[in-house]
Design a protein around this ligand. Structure first.
Ligand code: TYM
Length: 321
C-alpha cells in the first residue's frame, strides 16, 4: 500500500493540520510505503514573497520531523524538487473537463477570502491530482476540506484511463478520520489560518498558548448552571487530547454545573501543552541542525524523483510522446 499526502508551507502549522493530516500520516508510516511532501508549488497561489516561502518550507520540514515523521520510514521531500508533477498536471489538464473545476468549492472560498483569482488557483486541483497520481498512491490521509479535491483526482484519473488505457493510473482513496476530519477553531468554524481562529502547533510561549485557549468562544451560561458539553468547542478540542475517562469526567462536570468555562479552558490548556512538550523539545534540537534538514529533503527528493520518472515514462508513452 502506498500512502501519500501533502501540506502547504503557508505559515505556521495549527492543530487542525496536526490532527487532520500530520498525526494520521505519521501513524500510517508503519503500515505501508509512505510519501509525504511540502507543497510549495501550491503555496505560490497565496505566498508571493520568495524569502517567506523559503522560510516556511524549512519551518514546515522541522515541525513535521519534530512531530514524528521518520525519514527512515517515509520519503519526505519538497514538491518543487520533483518538477515532473507540473508536466503531469499539464497532461491531466487536457483530460479535465472545465465543469469539474468550476464546481470546486475551494477556488470560490479562497477568492472570497481575498486571494487573487489566478489561473494557478483555479487549476490547483489538477496539480494536486498530479501529486497523487504520479506516485501511484493508494491512500491519501487528509482532513475533510480536501475531500472534494480527492474526488476530482479520482475523476481525472478515470478520465485519463478511459482515454488512454484502463489501469494506467491508480485510483486513490481518501483516508478521512471522522473524529479529526474538521478540528474546530476558537470560534467553532473550521480551524484555519485565514479565519484567524487557529491554535498554532508551536505557539511561541506557554503564555501565548494559554491566552489563545482562553479566547475560545463560549456562551453566557452562569457558572452554577448546567452546560451542554455537545455544544462546547472546549469539549470538542479536549476530545483530541484527553483520555476517554477524562472526557467523560469533563462532560459530567459540564452537566452538573458549578464550574465556569475558564476552569475547563485551563484543563484543555494543560493537555495541549503536555501533548506537544516532547515535540517542542525535538523541534528545539532540529532548529539548530540545518544540515540535517537539507539532507533529509535531498534524500527524499532523490527517491521521489525516481518514482515520478517511472510513472512519467508510462504516461508519456501512453499519450504518444
Ligand atoms: P493544507 O496545507 O491546507 O492542509 C494540510 C492538511 O491539514 C488538513 N487540515 C485540517 N484537518 C482537520 N481540521 C482542520 N481544521 C484542518 N485544517 C487543515 C487538511 O485537510 C490537509 O489534509 N491541497 C492541500 C495540500 C496538497 C495535498 C496534495 C494533499 C497538495 N497536494 C496531495 C494531499 C495530496 C492543502 O492545501 O492542504
Amino acid at each position: 500500500m502506498r500512502i501519500l499526502s501533502g501540506i502547504q508551507p503557508s505559515g505556521r502549522l495549527h492543530i487542525g493540520n496536526y490532527f487532520g493530516m500530520m498525526e494520521p500520516s505519521i501513524r500510517l508510516q508503519d503500515e505501508g510505503e509512505a510519501y509525504y511532501f511540502i507543497a510549495d508549488y501550491h503555496a505560490l497561489t497565496s505566498t508571493h514573497d520568495p524569502a517567506a516561502l523559503r522560510e516556511n518550507v524549512r519551518n514546515l520540514a522541522i515541525d513535521f520531523l519534530a512531530c514524528g515523521l521518520d525519514p527512515g520510514k517515509a520519503t519526505f521531500w519538497r514538491q518543487s524538487d520533483v518538477p515532473e508533477v507540473t508536466e503531469l498536471a499539464w497532461i491531466l489538464s487536457c483530460v479535465t473537463p472545465m465543469g469539474l473545476l468550476e464546481r470546486a468549492v475551494s477556488y470560490k472560498d479562497k477568492v472570497s477570502q481575498g486571494l487573487s483569482p489566478s489561473h494557478g488557483l483555479f487549476a490547483y486541483p489538477v496539480l494536486q491530482a498530479a501529486d497523487i497520481l504520479i506516485f501511484d498512491s493508494n491512500v491519501v490521509p487528509v482532513g475533510r476540506d480536501q475531500k472534494q479535491h480527492l474526488e476530482v483526482t479520482r475523476d481525472i484519473a478515470q478520465k485519463f484511463n478511459d482515454r488512454y488505457g484502463e489501469g494506467l493510473l491508480v485510483i486513490p482513496e481518501p483516508r478521512i478520520r471522522e473524529e479529526t476530519a474538521m478540528v474546530p477553531g476558537l470560534d467553532g468554524r473550521k480551524m484555519s489560518k485565514s479565519y484567524d481562529n487557529a491554535i498554532d502547533l508551536f505557539e511561541e510561549t506557554e503564555k501565548k498558548l494559554r491566552s489563545k485557549i482562553m479566547k475560545i468562544v463560549t456562551d453566557s451560561t452562569p457558572v452554577e448552571a448546567s452546560k451542554d458539553p455537545e455544544e462546547s468547542y472546549i469539549v470538542q478540542l479536549y476530545r483530541l487530547f484527553a483520555t476517554p475517562d477524562e472526557v467523560a469526567e469533563m462532560e459530567a462536570s459540564f452537566r452538573a454545573g458549578g464550574q465556569g468555562y475558564g476552569h475547563y479552558k485551563q484543563q484543555l490548556f494543560e493537555h495541549v501543552r503536555d501533548h506537544f512538550a516532547p515535540m517542542r523539545e525535538r523541534r528545539e534540537a532540529l532548529l539548530k541542525d540545518a544540515a540535517y534538514i537539507d539532507d533529509v529533503l535531498a534524500e527524499g527528493a532523490k527517491k521521489a524523483h525516481a518514482q515520478a520518472r517511472r510513472t512519467m515514462d508510462r504516461v508519456r508513452a501512453a499519450v504518444g510522446m
